[in-house]
Design a protein around this ligand. Structure first.
Ligand code: FAD
Length: 480
């Protein structure tokens, strides 16, 4: 008697837009049933706010790449819009499926719990797998079973856990039913900007999709991480992996990235360990998000609720447009606008400038980054903004106020990064590249700069701003 074929299952893609090391896909294949791969455009996708414009651009290309990959393994991607529960219930009815496979996306745990309950009431099971992080957040615990609030002990605990899971390769075939349900047209989702097309330079740096992620990883590994520890702080040097946007969309798994750094012939254990430590920051930020789902809105340290912020819209605009008169800040903000990315060191400098020099609430900066970064990540963005603000779990002390001139001179000594992103300063002598306001008139004239006309004067005096920030901090601590 022929064995009965197992029922069709639904594979719901979310922040895991890949075939490689995809545990939910692997399990769906293991079920023996045909698979209906679906991506749902939900009206309110995340409990931590919608995707930003830069990520819409990315998502368009990433979905298109995933569709192509699925077609190459005899399947396809079905695109549907609506509330996830309704779409999944309809799809289950249409295809005869009673199970949905997903990979957990921790930022939407609250929403997902509701979806599980509602589907269950309709006789549909939702089975969740792990793979977004190096380790499940719940596995990394202090001796007394609590969660870590400080990164270093968290990192020590990760190292004790051993290697993350061995990645599973992409399948050669994804069994599909004879007729996949009708898909919406990706173009009709209008994810790409048109008038104006502010993303026109994005594709110079980025190839969204799994292949783009693999290429970036290979290029990074090919350099053997040789200069990672020193070079990662220098914005003009190409020393980091630039994998963040791929990781944020789940086009590559962190386990795959971790395992790729094993047995590198030329790199020192120290370089590899440093890189893995950065990857672990991602896990750390997610462990904070698990504990405080509104990490983008709520001060981890509730003392900061009493902070007296000063919102000046003109100053905020100058910051967003890279017109503050501090070259390293302006270079960072313009890199962000043009490419949807900013170097990590400069993220810290620009965030510190917004919060401590302009005294603007960190949440405004978090939202701006969320809208403009291709790697905008609910845990990493909010976690790092709170870190810079001093309101976070493991936070930079509030009294550490970055001096944008000294930071520029230390990490971009020749001004190469500034020259690239602030071309009106390109001909300025290196001695003044981070402090054009101190340059003698003849030096400025020689470089073709007229302060206040071709490049702004500083919108705030850093010395004054520093004293103001320290006074606000002391007031918060009850120090008068
Ligand atoms: P690499 O140095 O190659 O690091 C490898 C990976 O480790 C990164 O891709 C990223 O996934 C992770 N990682 C590295 N540094 C951190 C960190 N500090 N926190 C958490 N994970 C880290 N990163 C995001 O992915 N999304 C964000 O929205 C984001 N917002 C930030 C906002 C601020 C104010 C600051 C200071 C940092 C932010 N970061 C964010 C962290 C960091 O700047 C980027 O992850 C990094 O610059 C990405 O470049 P890379 O992939 O070349 O990093």
């Amino acid at each position: 008697m022929p064995l009965e074929k197992p029922p069709t299952v639904i594979l719901w893609f979310r922040k895991d837009l890949r075939l490689d090391d995809n545990q939910a896909l692997h399990a769906a294949i293991g079920s023996g049933g045909d698979i209906v791969p679906v991506y749902i455009r939900e009206p309110q996708a995340l409990n931590v706010g919608p995707l930003g414009g830069a990520q819409d651009w990315w998502l368009h290309h990433s979905l298109s790449a995933l569709k192509t990959s699925l077609r190459s393994v005899s399947s396809d991607l079905v695109l549907l819009s609506g509330q996830a529960v309704d779409v999944l219930a309809r799809l289950a009815k249409e295809t005869g499926a009673d199970t949905v496979f997903i990979n957990r996306a921790y930022e939407r745990d609250v929403v997902d719990r509701e979806i599980v309950a509602q589907l269950k009431a309709q006789g549909i099971r939702l089975i969740a797998f792990h793979g977004k992080l190096l380790h499940e957040p719940g596995r990394i615990r202090t001796g007394s079973g609590g969660s870590f609030k400080v990164f270093t002990p968290f990192w020590n605990a990760i190292q004790k856990l051993g290697e993350p899971h061995e990645p599973v390769d992409a399948p050669a075939n994804v069994p599909a039913p004879e007729h996949l349900p009708r898909s919406e047209d990706l173009e009709s989702w209008a994810l790409l900007p048109s008038k104006p097309d502010w993303a026109s330079d994005f594709s110079k740096l980025w190839t969204p999709g799994e292949q783009g992620a693999k290429d970036k990883l290979e290029a990074f590994i090919g350099r053997d991480l040789q200069d990672y520890k020193r070079g990662r702080d220098l914005p003009a040097v190409d020393a980091t992996s630039t994998l963040s946007a791929h990781l944020a969309h789940g086009e590559i798994s962190p386990a795959r990235v971790w395992h790729a750094t094993r047995n590198l012939p030329r790199s020192s254990a120290e370089e590899v360990s440093h890189f893995r430590r950065e990857l672990a920051w991602r896990d750390f930020c997610y462990s904070l998000l698990e504990e405080l789902p509104r990490l983008d809105e709520v001060n981890w340290d509730r003392k900061f609720d009493a902070m007296q912020w000063h919102y000046d819209p003109a100053e905020f605009n100058a910051w967003t447009r890279g017109q503050t008169g501090y070259p390293i800040v302006d270079a960072g903000m313009r890199q962000l606008w043009r490419y949807g990315f900013m170097h990590n060191r400069v993220r810290m400098i620009t965030a510190s400038f917004l919060i401590k020099d302009l005294m603007i609430d960190w949440r405004k900066g978090e939202k701006w980054f969320r809208d403009t970064l291709v790697d905008a990540d609910p845990a990493n963005n909010a976690g790092n903004w709170q870190w810079v603000a001093g309101s976070g779990a493991d936070a930079s002390p509030f009294f550490r106020v970055f001096n944008p001139v000294l930071q520029g001179e230390k990490f971009d000594a020749e001004g190469d990064y500034v020259r690239e992103h602030v071309p009106e300063l390109a001909r300025l002598d290196s001695k003044y590249i981070h402090r054009p306001f101190d340059a003698p008139p003849q030096v400025l004239a020689k470089a073709g700069i007229e302060l206040g006309k071709t490049y702004p004067k500083p919108i705030i005096d850093h010395g004054f701003a520093r004293d103001r920030a320290l006074a606000a901090y002391r007031a918060l601590r009850g120090g008068g």
